[in-house]
Ligand binder design. Sequence first.
Ligand code: COA
Length: 143
Amino acid sequence: MLAPRPTAFPAAITYTTAPPTAGETIALFCAAGLNGPLDDNERMQRMLDEAQYLLAARCGTLLVGLVRVLTDFSFNAFVADLAVLPRFQRRGIGSHLLAEATEPFAGVKFIVQPGLDSRDFYAKGGFELTTCMVRPRAGVGTP
Ligand SMILES: CC(C)(COP(=O)(O)OP(=O)(O)OC[C@H]1O[C@@H](n2cnc3c(N)ncnc32)[C@H](O)[C@@H]1OP(=O)(O)O)[C@@H](O)C(=O)NCCC(=O)NCCS
């Protein structure tokens, strides 16, 4: 469900390419309702270590948003995760993270697997609905 637009003036948000810890990322993904290896610190750490592009949003020391992209920086890219803490949503943080991750790479095609809730968000970021096929992870019924 679309989070209500906050009425309070947004606190200062800083953006950094310094990776968050696996614990911080798991806390963010849990709060934002993302799936992932939420009970597996080591696997989450590998996800952070191996991402070619990562941008974190912080309010003070608190991790409030994260985008993680897997790419060759040349032809194709996959927005693997994008999440904003619910109480920080509707302040432009998600759009900023997505724009920073995509706009410098005009010649690259970006793919995302959006939840139903975030389709409009990605459409605003220039994504178009298309068909692609997914080979699920072992042991996971739905992609
Ligand atoms: C999707 C998500 C990253 C958007 O982050 P955000 O910081 O709230 O986004 P923004 O404030 O930049 O929103 C920009 C615009 O996108 C639209 N939008 C944002 N979230 C939306 C949502 N969940 N559904 C539909 N439209 C949305 C709004 O129209 C908004 O513009 P407006 O505030 O002027 O109306 C955030 O809602 C989130 O973390 N959701 C849960 C996890 C998720 O679904 N991640 C994406 C799957 S990979």
